[in-house]
Design a protein around this ligand. Structure first.
Ligand SMILES: Nc1nc2c(ncn2[C@@H]2O[C@H](COP(=O)(O)OP(=O)(O)OP(=O)(O)O)[C@@H](O)[C@H]2O)c(=O)[nH]1
Length: 349
């Protein structure tokens, strides 16, 4: 977090979040929606606009500074000045503009020149989902680009207030930061992480331990449906069939309803995404063509339970693929691996 050192006693620490992306993609509108729950006509930003919001993180308050950079080309050369010291970034494009999607990729390159990957948590945000009929960038394109660059990903509508709070929350001061489950709470830093950014491929401990019930060997048990899976959970799911094929998929749950894509080495073999209508889509491509028992590519759709529970989605996959074994990584003790509990009536599709 910026300015943590030297914070006067009683003063909230400061967390710097930058909004970047092309012109008119809705950066200011997202900030306005998040900070004031308002949506109105806004003039193009000149240089950089500035919003603040106090965010409660545990018992402490953190001052979230939102630096809303101008997307117009004429300001491009100065915007990198605003990136310095950022803890997090929302990289925004307009889903109705392919051009803005290309520009987001350029902005990311600019950001990475200023702040190396791993120093800052970045979420790619496709805005204006209310204009779905004019869509030029598919959800999958966004998700795939995010996966290829190790970014979080979501789609929003500032106009309809769709997933705006979730987007800011996923990268904000209350989001989980470190492998030890540390949050971005005021006064904390992740060891070796400078500002506490996530590291690609990092295994985060499932944070459901506190509310997740019984723990094997002191380790957290998988959260059970309809309990909300905790932010920061990492699960490995092995899908076994009668054939010798085994597919291991990695998932990092960042916030309820939003998955971090599989790490690059597994990209293409497995991905799960929250599609814009609120249902889940998981696609598995098995690594060998031996598909006697399992089709080569399987797409499953399931509605999450009200709590956006991860296991509802995964359970539906299990129901549909028959024999599936489950393993929870990042905290479960050996021997604790087992099917997660499936309480209550099925809520999947
Ligand atoms: N339909 C729709 N329009 C939006 C949405 N978000 C923003 N807009 C509109 O898109 C236009 C640009 O929005 P801004 O918030 O000013 O975009 P910006 O990215 O800050 O633009 P610059 O300041 O030029 O960088 C405005 O007319 C907004 O009303 C959205 O979610 N849906």
């Amino acid at each position: 977090m910026a300015q943590l050192d030297g914070v006067a006693p009683g003063q909230p620490s400061v967390f710097k979040l930058v909004l970047l992306g092309g012109g008119s993609v809705g950066k200011s509108s997202l900030a306005l929606r998040f900070v004031k729950d308002d949506f109105k006509s806004i003039l193009p930003t000149v240089g950089c606009a500035f919003f603040t919001k106090l965010v409660d993180v545990g018992a402490a308050s953190v001052k979230l500074e939102i630096w809303d950079t101008a997307g117009q080309e004429k300001y491009h050369s100065v915007c990198h000045l605003y990136f310095r010291g950022a803890d997090a970034a929302l990289l925004v494009y307009d889903i109705t503009s392919k051009d803005s999607f290309g520009k987001a990729q350029q902005w990311l390159n600019d950001l990475e020149k200023e702040l190396p990957p791993g120093d800052v948590v970045v979420m790619l945000v496709g805005n204006k989902t209310d204009l779905g009929e004019e869509r030029e960038v598919s959800f999958e394109e966004g998700a795939e680009f995010a996966a290829s660059r190790g970014l979080l990903f979501t789609e929003t509508s500032a106009r309809l207030n769709h997933r705006v709070t979730e987007a800011f929350g996923a990268v904000g001061p209350a989001a989980p930061r470190g492998a030890d489950g540390e949050t971005g709470a005021a006064g904390t830093r992740t060891p070796g992480g400078g500002r506490g950014a996530r590291r690609e491929g990092q295994v985060l401990r499932p944070l459901g331990a506190a509310s997740g019930g019984g723990a094997a060997g002191g380790a957290p048990a998988p959260p059970s449906c309809p309990q909300r899976a905790a932010a920061g959970s990492v699960w490995t799911v092995a899908l076994d069939s009668d054939s010798p094929l085994t597919l291991v998929c990695w998932r990092v749950l960042e916030v309820a309803g939003s998955w971090r894509p599989a790490p690059p080495e597994l990209a293409g073999s497995c991905r799960t995404a929250l599609v814009s209508d609120g249902s889940w889509e998981s696609q598995f491509r098995l690594p060998t063509p031996d598909t006697d028992r399992i089709p080569n590519a399987q797409t499953r759709r399931a509605r999450p339970c009200q709590a956006g529970c991860a296991l509802c989605c995964l359970r539906t996959q299990r129901n549909e693929t028959g024999r599936t074994t489950w393993r929870a990584d990042g905290g479960l003790a050996p021997g604790a691996a087992q099917d997660p509990p499936v309480p209550g009536p099925a809520r999947g599709d």
